[in-house]
Design a protein around this ligand. Structure first.
Ligand SMILES: *Cc1c(COP(=O)(O)O)cnc(C)c1O
Length: 730
């Protein structure tokens, strides 16, 4: 079988290229470059200023470009030829990888992966945070592993929001309006070679969705877009904004994702062997598949077990209240015509009563339709995103899920997150190639050789990444404060900040209140003594967005901003605006310590700490999410223990005390200790421990090996077995 999924697309007609450089189009319309540094350098050589401005080859190639100069530059042409050869070889080859060798025969169709958001690179802003970045890393790793996988998502023309922070610390929201011709996406073509559009029935009208493709290495991801002229003006914005607030609009989005997504796959003639729902937003795909079967004559009581057999689900939130729910009457009214043929007898649909019954939440509130419960009841395997989350999720969903929820801990796509200087040092001394993570186990466990990286080399690589962060952050803060109308003398002060010789601690994540970003400020005087210590100073960089509807989260931002400008902490505490993948990359590569202090057990996994650890950044974290299993005792610090108090105030106070104690007594002294040659030998040993203990275990490569062996292959096998006996769903 052809192992990879290919979706035909319209040619990218938005720019002309000299015939000798036509291959740049292939490179530009495949996000492979986002984890391939040499290709990025090639793009920057075409026009360094345009590359710095767009960080996206599509507008770069739209020009103007001095093609004549490039065509006269043999070094450029040689590099172009070489990269194009490497890219074409990557795209053509898939059969000598781990998956093809071990499981290639197990699937007789692709894996269809559904997610409401994808974070691949900052140039395609269709993600809000951890869920999207995880999905993006899943796609990149599936590509590196040559999995037969196709992604399905939505094209948010206005993305999530762009964040600014005003002079009073208020979060301001701006919505970009992407020019589609400048995005690295192309229209999918149907089997007749026409631009593919799918239809989804809504009450009293038909909704159309155009299908776009973003190619992520070998993996196509289809993005549905309702902003097309055939739709009513009030329906065109359905897919504009990520996590739109209005419930009915959100329900429309999720119908487009789930139902429209199935129809897009069908229109391309794809028949997935496995359906993976990454979080419950896409759960209507299960109802749509039941509707298909019923329409083809399968009785409903056989349809449910049949779709369940090859569907798998990943749950991402630890508490039931964090899951997506809709008012049952709303679902009945909006989805009824689509699934139930208006509920009229004889229309061959899926009765809404059955759908709603399968969506009863754990509290059995019959008025609510719970997307997670619906997904759990209709999938054959499900997983939580860390081991601890597995325990919490099983306790929460007991009674809904007929099987145990597995623990498959999240990971990160290592080549996307490790900075070049540290990567060079690692690859040189461990004899590894991070692009080939998948094939490392066969060659021996390269992470066990991380100890070979010499102190001086590791430290200098780290300091280079730290300097890059400082330069970047100074520039961002300068524009922020200039916008606030700060005096030139204040802006000049910023030239001196973020001295890379000072211990730098990073904290970046969504500002949801359970993450307790303000915990550090529990005792201001104690913190001020710490940061202003003349011999062993400390500085902090914060970044993160709060959802536009999350007022308490926005209050936390205001609090931190105020402290960063107040007299006690000014120029030792900073908050950067508009946290995105780019800022995340600078931070997880360039700070010394990654701080995370959520209220246990509310952090399902967390992945930013994994990105940091792979760069040799040392984690200091509450034993929640991934750190509960990642902490080894000699690769960082654990704040508090595994017991939690029901009294939140008391727990916060105790955790803050422990955080201060760790910083004052252990971490700061360890950081500033120098050996006879003047190097921080003790600290770099921690850095090596951090890398060695995490770079494989918390990679998406290890994660995907588990998805393949524990979910995808078993589901595909089950589906290939003879039909199960009819059974009542539930
Ligand atoms: C990795 C990442 C996240 C998720 O990090 P957490 O540890 O879950 O907070 C969120 N946003 C961006 C931009 C990221 O890169």
């Amino acid at each position: 079988m052809e192992p990879l999924v290919r979706v035909p697309v319209a040619p990218g007609a938005h720019f002309h290229l000299p015939p000798a450089l036509e291959g740049l189009r292939r490179l530009a319309y495949n996000l492979w470059w986002s984890w391939h540094p040499r290709t990025r350098i090639l793009f920057s050589r075409i026009d360094a200023a345009a590359w710095a401005r767009y960080r996206n080859p599509v507008p770069l190639l739209q020009g103007p470009v001095q093609w004549d100069q490039l065509l006269d530059n043999p070094a450029f042409l040689a590099e172009y030829d070489d990269l194009l050869r490497e890219f074409d070889a990557y795209m053509a080859n898939g059969t000598d990888h781990w998956f093809a060798r071990h499981h290639g025969e197990a699937l007789d169709g692709p894996i269809a992966y559904f997610c409401a958001e994808y974070g691949f690179h900052e140039s395609l802003g269709i993600y809000s945070g951890g869920l999207g970045v995880l999905a993006g890393d899943h796609m990149k790793t599936a590509s590196d592993m040559a999995l037969p996988l196709v992604g399905v998502g939505l094209l948010y023309r206005k993305g999530y929001f762009r964040q600014t922070i005003d002079a009073d610390g208020h979060q301001e929201h701006a919505y970009p309006d992407y020019e589609l011709a400048r995005l690295p996406i192309l229209r999918a073509l149907d089997r007749l070679g026409q631009p593919l559009t799918v239809r989804v029935q809504l009450p009293g009208r038909e909704l159309f969705a155009a299908v776009w493709v973003v190619q992520v290495g070998r993996v196509p991801v289809m993005l549905l877009d309702t902003d097309v002229p055939d739709n009513d003006d009030s329906d065109r914005p359905i897919t504009h904004m990520l996590y739109v607030r209005g419930r009915e609009m959100r329900l429309h989005q999720e119908l487009v994702l789930g139902v429209g997504g199935v129809r897009a796959l069908r229109a391309l003639g794809l028949d997935p062997a496995v359906w993976h729902l990454n979080e419950g937003h896409s759960a209507f795909l299960l109802a749509e598949r039941a509707r298909e079967l019923v329409a083809a004559g399968t009785p409903l009581n056989r349809a449910w077990p049949e779709i369940r057999r090859n569907s798998v689900f990943t749950i991402h939130t630890p508490v039931s209240a964090g899951n997506e729910r809709f008012d049952g009457d709303l679902v009945r009214r909006v989805a009824g015509p689509l699934l139930d043929g208006d509920g009229r007898p004889g229309t061959g649909g899926v009765p809404m009563a059955a759908v709603l019954d399968l969506g009863r939440g754990v509290d059995e509130d019959p008025s609510q339709f719970d997307m997670t419960a619906f997904s759990l009841r209709l999938t054959t395997g499900a997983n939580a995103v860390s081991q601890l989350h597995g325990h919490t999720a099983n306790a929460t969903w007991q009674g809904v899920m007929p099987h145990d929820i597995l623990g498959i801990t999240n990971g990160v796509h290592t080549p996307s997150w490790v900075g070049q200087p540290v990567r060079d040092a690692l690859e040189r001394w461990t004899n590894a190639d991070l692009d080939l993570m998948d094939d490392q186990p066969a060659e021996g466990r390269f992470w066990e050789r991380v100890d070979k990286v010499p102190t001086r080399e590791l430290w200098e690589a780290h300091q280079r990444q730290k300097l890059e962060l400082a330069i970047f952050a100074r520039g961002r803060l300068r524009s922020q404060f200039a916008r606030h109308g700060e005096a030139p003398s204040t802006l000049e002060e910023l030239e001196e900040i973020l001295d890379p010789s000072i211990l730098t601690i990073g904290f970046a994540r969504r500002f949801a209140t359970y993450k307790r970003a303000s915990l550090l400020f529990s005792d201001l005087d104690r913190l001020a003594r710490l940061v202003w210590d003349p011999d062993r100073p400390v500085q902090f960089i914060f970044a993160g967005k709060a959802h536009p509807a999350d007022r308490p989260g926005q209050g936390v931002i205001q609090d931190i901003f105020g402290r960063s400008r107040g007299s006690k902490l000014r120029n030792r505490v900073f908050i950067l605006e508009d946290y995105d993948i780019r800022i995340a990359r600078f931070l997880v590569q360039g700070v010394d310590v990654w701080l995370n202090n959520p209220r246990r057990p509310l952090e399902a996994s967390g992945t930013s700490g994994m990105k940091a650890a792979a760069n040799g950044i040392v984690n200091v974290s509450v034993l929640d999410g991934w750190w509960d299993e990642g902490w080894t005792g000699d690769n960082g610090w654990a704040i508090g223990g595994r017991e939690t108090s029901p009294d939140e105030g008391a727990q916060d106070w105790a955790d803050a005390q422990d955080l201060y104690r760790i910083l004052e007594q252990e971490l700061v002294p360890a950081y500033y200790e120098r050996d006879a040659q003047g190097f921080p030998a003790r600290w770099t040993q921690l850095m090596r421990n951090s890398i060695a203990s995490t770079i494989w275990r918390f990679s998406t490569t290890r994660m995907l090996h588990e998805y393949v062996e524990r979910l995808y292959v078993p589901a595909a096998r089950a589906a290939a077995e003879p039909e199960p006996a009819p059974a009542e769903a539930g």
